[in-house]
Design a protein around this ligand. Sequence first.
Ligand code: TYM
Length: 336
Amino acid sequence: MKKKIFSGVQPTGNLHLGNYLGAIKNFVSLQKENDCIYCVVDLHAITVKQDPKELNQNTLETTATFLAAGLDYKKSIIFNQSSVSAHAEFAWVLNCVSRIGWMNRMTQFKEKAGSNKENASIGLYVYPNLMAADILLYDASHVPVGEDQKQHLEITRDIAQKFNNDFNCKNFLIVPEPLIQKEFSRIMSLKDGKKKMSKSDASEQSRINLSDDKDTIANKIKRAKTDSLPLPGKKSELSSRPELENLMNMYSSLSNNKLENVINDFQGKNFAFLKDKLTEILIEKICPIGEEIKKLLNDATYLNQVLKEGSEKAHSIASSKIEKVYDKVGFLKLKN
Ligand code: TYM
């Protein structure tokens, strides 16, 4: 049966290999057999300070990344969140359904707000309610994300159930399932195998950006942290060697080959061999995406057209759902 897929990516510039292997690559495989909606979540981006000009450009860049990675805007709906007003409207309703206690448990808020919570935006605090609105507006059955979004999906499920209970409308909001790929859901930093690869890491050496050229990729992989042991023959031996596990997972995902096979192929070799092979496959798979992003960014009119078409399709689904939400909540519908 066809799944209804929804997922989002923040337009915060320079998407990296974690975004690609953890999410976007999977978006592309899912579009073959399912109804997919992929959103550039600009409303989420402003929960932390943004330069307006950069936000504009980053929205185009994230759209270009979707297309360069292989999404087809005729098959999947691609749009930017702020162009469909129902997201913000529904998020307000859900702010009134969701509980403060639930928000207080969110680890991502704690990480992003850091030590100065009092100074974080209220938007950052209620971020999960907007994310729930995104997903529930489209009756999504499945949401492909990386591991770091798992808690937000759990709260989305809680919010859907509470809304259905509060307004006595069983199954009105669909309780979605997360789609988290086991081995690629947490791509780690190249400098520390226990830390997630992230845009906010101060060290450029910690991540491969999708815009990195050949030499930059080769250099980053060469300098990636390793240990001194030969490569093992069993999967169980990877767990105590996080840097090795991370590089092997990257290779496995990029080569579309099971981790067990990759381990077999590399058994007994040294790290330098794995690094050479990984560099080769990164250059083969990632550089063309980076080049295509650059090309697409030269045609803002085209990117604008893609988003416009997507927004119209998204709007027609979302506006019908928000009308039903308002009816459930009891807002008076004015007659003509
Ligand atoms: P964002 O923009 O931080 O990340 C986009 C996607 O990339 C995944 N990801 C990773 N996966 C594996 N390893 C990593 N190191 C890594 N870093 C990032 C993320 O898990 C995500 O899937 N809140 C979301 C955006 C969002 C959303 C939604 C997602 C808003 N509304 C509705 C799904 C459904 C976010 O900030 O993702």
